[in-house]
Design a protein around this ligand. Structure first.
Ligand code: PMM
Length: 265
């Protein structure tokens, strides 16, 4: 899954593809590099980010969704808003990726259920502004799995079919670096929930801190693609359904290695 952020302020690539033409061109490049699907988002979820209005989010994503879907791409809409999800599905998106797992907007489950679309349920404990204050766990993997199970039950009660639900442990969302590493190490427990698993470690800060002294500034996001490819390789070897990445080319090489070694275990 290649990331197309149509935002001025994403931590990983903020502003680079903010204009629709640039975002569409970037989406085409990611497809050429081997992406099977494109995740298009108009709201930055970096810690402390301000939310755009619904109108602004629609203005950012719809032309990009429409153009890339009509060019044949499988498009995922990355949004926490039911109105944006519905409009993107009408414009040709095939799945909805909601970092709040349906918690941020009560209408989300109904829109997704009515469309019969696949839905990515990410583990989430609140909006970015203060999410890191919620990174408190006795056992992160057990608690993330339990909270995801609760969401899976609630979403099915609201009419989304179980086979349409994908889970994501939400790397970096209300998680410290140690929490992220535990989740990667024990990905089998997330897979045991019995749903396809999406893993999104791409360019996240815990990868930028590798090899550096405590307190040193992390490597910039664009220098985190090698570490991203390695964590994505790990996820693929353990049976992840998809990995969400910014630099598709480098992760494709890592997934080629996973395939050559026998694909998923
Ligand atoms: N991470 C970001 C945005 N959307 N969606 C899912 N399902 N999983 C993630 O880990 C995830 C996401 C933040 O990264 P970005 O700002 O670089 O897009």
């Amino acid at each position: 899954m290649g990331v197309v952020n149509v935002t001025p302020d994403s931590f990983s690539d903020g502003g680079e593809w903010f204009e629709p033409e640039a975002a569409i061109g970037h989406g085409r490049e990611l497809l050429a590099a081997g992406a099977d699907l494109l995740d298009i988002g108009g709201e930055s979820t970096r810690p402390g980010a301000e939310r755009p209005s619904v109108e602004e989010e629609l203005r950012r994503v719809l032309p990009v969704v429409r153009e890339l879907a009509s060019a044949g791409a499988v498009v995922s809409i990355d949004t926490m808003r039911a109105e944006v999800a519905g409009a993107a599905l009408d414009a040709g998106a095939s799945l909805v990726n909601d970092v709040s797992g349906g918690l941020a907007d009560d209408d989300m489950a109904g829109v997704v259920a009515d469309a019969g679309a696949p839905f990515v349920v990410m583990h989430w404990r609140g909006h970015s502004a203060d999410m890191q204050s919620r990174a408190i766990y006795a056992d992160v993997v057990t608690e993330v799995c339990a909270e995801l199970l609760e969401r899976l039950d609630a979403l099915q009660d609201k009419g989304i079919r179980g086979e349409n639900l994908v889970v994501d442990p939400g790397f970096g969302f209300a998680k410290t670096a140690a929490h992220n590493w535990s989740l990667l190490r024990r990905l089998d427990e997330v897979l045991a929930l019995g749903h396809p698993v999406l893993v999104g470690t791409s360019r996240k800060t815990f990868l930028g801190r590798l090899g550096l002294a405590e307190g040193a500034d992390p490597h910039p996001p664009t220098e985190r693609d090698l570490a991203t490819a390695v964590t994505s390789f790990h996820a693929a070897r353990h049976g992840a359904w998809a990995v969400r990445v910014h630099d598709v080319a480098s992760t494709m090489r890592a997934l080629d290695v996973a395939d050559a070694l026998g694909g998923a275990r």
